[in-house]
Design a protein around this ligand. Structure first.
Ligand SMILES: C[S@@+](CC[C@H](N)C(=O)[O-])C[C@H]1O[C@@H](n2cnc3c(N)ncnc32)[C@H](O)[C@@H]1O
Length: 314
């Protein structure tokens, strides 16, 4: 496999915390909804030996190829599906994986995607603007950057990058089109935007925003979280690792809503809305990586882990 030969390795974050929080035990059945390079999946397979199973899902066909290779020794206990996790319930039904003991979401991009030629996810690389998880998606970063109006671009950068300089960045982009390459866009933003924070590249939030928009990341997460409660067996756990506040807020609010009796008004224990809690929140506050991991893996610095447990429907 070419990518393997390139030596690109994604360092999975918070492995001990995931194994503990998902209660990974021999014979357990787990869905890894963001298989990536299967770092988490491999650890779960080892910890659930003998008899543990993984259903791994990823929208990215390159991640699927790498994982198929990496997990050959576990092929009798692994099912791998190239699809979007917004279809998680349909996938699990098809693969006869309901109920399961745990579901993991490790959101965002992998090192494989950031460091692989031609994907256009990294502002450091001279790669064509692309950023699609799956080539089945029609819209690429190049289309958005070169054809969307200044207002549309500003809205995307503000809504999905939470960048207060969104308007200025959109103006710079529109005045310098057409743009072809990821590093070209990054350099342009760097030249045009004054910043006092020299630790973060001024194009970081623009790249995040465009990637989220193209891959419909937030709406896919909403859909998958909703469906995941129909997949988990009683006592089964859902663990979500997020890397920015937009994702974390969605997970936090979803857990809050699904652990309540009433979604009409706060502080009421029962009312006519007939909403019943489906989960118990395990992590009142999100867990973060250990000091050792924070020093060892840069990506872990922004990781936040939230966990909830499926309870019996009343
Ligand atoms: C941070 S990486 C996961 C890394 C993985 N846990 C590991 O240990 O190698 C995120 C992965 O999720 C995938 N992904 C993101 N959004 C997705 C979606 N809506 N459906 C399916 N896969 C998605 C990406 O393609 C990427 O491979």
């Amino acid at each position: 496999m070419i990518l393997e030969d390139l030596g690109i390795h994604h360092k999975p974050v918070m492995i001990p915390e995931i194994l503990k929080m998902l209660n990974v035990l021999p014979g357990g059945r787990f869905v890894d909804a963001t298989l990536g390079e299967s770092g988490h999946a491999k650890s779960i397979l080892k910890a659930s030996d003998p008899g543990g199973e993984i259903l791994g899902i990823d929208a990215d066909h390159e991640a699927i190829e790498v994982s198929k290779n990496r997990l050959t020794n576990f092929s009798d206990r692994t099912t791998i599906v190239n699809d979007n996790f917004k279809n998680i319930k349909r996938i699990c039904m098809k693969e006869n994986f309901i109920p399961c003991h745990g579901i993991l979401f490790d959101l965002g991009v992998s090192s494989l995607q950031l460091d692989t030629e031609k994907r256009g996810f990294s502002f450091k690389r001279h790669d064509p603007l692309d950023m699609r998880f799956s080539y089945e998606q029609k819209l690429s970063a190049k289309d958005i950057i070169n054809t969307f109006s200044e207002k549309e671009l500003a809205d995307i950068i503000f809504d999905f990058g939470e960048d207060r300089k969104a308007r200025k960045i959109a103006e710079i982009i529109v005045n310098n089109r057409p743009l072809e390459y990821a590093d070209e866009l990054a350099d342009l933003i760097k030249k045009g935007i004054k910043t006092s924070n020299f630790k973060i590249h001024p194009a970081t939030k623009t790249f995040q925003a465009i990637r989220i928009y193209i891959n419909e990341e937030l709406s896919s997460l909403h859909k998958a979280l909703d469906q995941s409660l129909d997949i988990l067996g009683e006592g089964g756990r859902i663990a979500v690792i997020s890397y920015h506040s937009l994702e974390d807020r969605i997970v936090k609010n979803f857990f809050k809503k699904e652990s309540k009796y009433c979604i009409c008004l706060p502080n009421i224990t029962k009312c006519e809305c007939n909403h019943k809690p489906k989960i118990k929140i395990i992590t009142k506050k999100p867990l973060i990586a250990s000091i050792n991991e924070l020093q060892d893996n840069r990506r872990s610095r922004s990781a936040k882990l939230r966990v909830a447990e499926r309870i019996k429907n009343e």
